[in-house]
Design a protein around this ligand. Structure first.
Ligand code: PLP
Length: 397
């Protein structure tokens, strides 16, 4: 392959661009993970992460991808044969369901069309039907990265309360944490699952669990087999600043820097920035005459936009042209959406000019690939940026 000048545009919905500040923070010698300097770092990070999850409870940091953090949330709270309620919002919700089944849980998987988020009314109905309260957990993905639909976690919390149901509440925030408003304590979520490579602007390799008192209590009697993922030794060792096994020391240096960046910008400003850039992206897509996959405007994702290709046109061919010609990676369609959609990542360390470059690359790519579309999406997006300030344009989900 010949050298492609200029910077690669990594516009997949995670892993996201790692800012230079974070890269430099990680480029330091690894220290003794059982020494005093390390203990100080652990305390700093655990406190910092609480602000991001908006919790006062414990947070576990695993040297893992997000999938590991999924497994940790299930094996620490549930027992073989437990009934759980999950929702088919897309590819990642389906993978998490498959994991739950493999672990021996009895999953009621509410079917979905991969174009909507979780319907709170459906949650209420399902829980009211469950007279004997056999359902042990309601488990959902906040931001479905495969479709660009963001479910209303607060609405689902209200549904659980209205049904008067004692089920645990587990939420995946892998592509929303640090990008879209999220409140672990206020929404009384029992386990929130996160990871490093999206809104936290880090390379892959850290899996996160924010844990409520109720979840901690459930973990004392949960019987699914666990060892590596066991919260017990993790929370215990963390108290003195250490880990039950070797942590990802250099990724943790990076995390310290990315948390500092989020605090410097202000978390609410980070959310508003994502909202504004997302809305600008959607205006470009509409101006091109293309369809946004997510059908409910209330559920539009602020971290990515999935765009449907016109019939007879393959999204992966367009993505390939854009990669070759403009050195930009866009997200592929996953599972049954393969070839049908492309996903534009607009999360993490991202700004107006990066968005302008991203949309320009897509507009030029559409023309090169002979996809039928209307010109002017970029202009529409820039007009929107011009006419808006950074204030919130939509209520939090
Ligand atoms: C919403 C969501 N959940 C879970 C995962 C799985 O995380 P990982 O690939 O880091 O294991 C992803 C990955 O993109 C995701 O987007």
């Amino acid at each position: 392959m010949t050298y492609q000048s200029g910077r690669h545009f990594l516009q997949i919905p995670g892993p996201t661009d790692v800012p230079d500040r974070v890269l430099r923070a990680m480029a330091r010698p690894t220290i003794d993970h059982r020494g005093p300097e390390f203990a100080k770092l652990t305390h700093e990070l655990l406190n910092g992460l609480k602000q991001i999850f908006k919790t006062s409870g414990p947070v576990a940091i695993y040297p893992s991808s997000g999938t590991g953090a999924w497994e940790a949330s299930l094996v620490n709270t549930l027992s073989p044969g437990d009934k759980v309620l999950m929702f088919e919002t897309g590819y990642f919700a389906t993978l998490w369901r498959n994991m739950a089944v493999k672990l021996g849980l009895d999953v009621d998987f509410v079917p979905g069309d991969w174009r909507h988020g979780v319907d709170p009314a459906m949650v209420e109905e399902k829980l009211i039907e469950d007279k004997k309260q056999n359902i042990k957990a309601v488990i959902m993905v906040h931001n479905e990265t495969s479709t660009g639909a963001t479910s209303r976690v607060a609405g689902v919390r209200t549904a659980i309360d209205r049904a008067g149901h004692p089920a645990l509440f587990l939420v995946d925030t892998i592509s929303s944490l640090g990008s879209i408003d999220y409140r672990h304590d206020e929404w009384r979520v029992d386990v929130t699952v996160g990871c490093s490579q999206k809104g936290l602007m880090l390379p892959p390799g850290l899996g996160l669990n924010a844990i409520s008192d109720k979840a901690l209590k459930a973990s004392k009697s949960a019987r699914l087999p666990k060892s590596y993922w066991d919260w017990g030794p993790m929370i215990n060792e963390n108290q003195s600043g250490f880990f039950p096994y070797t942590p990802s020391t250099n990724l943790l240096y990076g995390l310290r820097e990315s948390l500092a960046m989020l605090v410097e910008e202000g978390l609410e400003n980070v959310f508003a920035r994502h909202r504004r850039l997302a809305e600008s992206t959607r205006r470009a897509v509409r101006a091109w005459g293309l369809e946004i996959l997510c059908r409910n405007p209330e559920e539009y994702s602020d971290s990515l936009t999935a765009v449907l290709m016109p019939n007879g046109y393959n999204a992966d061919e367009l993505r390939e042209i854009i990669l070759k010609k403009f050195n930009m990676s866009l997200g592929t369609g996953l599972g049954k959406l393969k070839g049908k959609i492309l996903r534009i990542g607009h999360l993490g360390d991202f700004n107006e000019l990066m968005l302008a470059g991203t949309l320009s690359g897509i507009e030029m790519g559409l023309a090169l690939a002979n996809v039928p579309f209307s010109k002017g999406g970029v202009t529409e997006a820039l007009d929107y940026l011009h006419h808006t300030d950074k204030q919130s344009i939509r209520d939090p989900k």
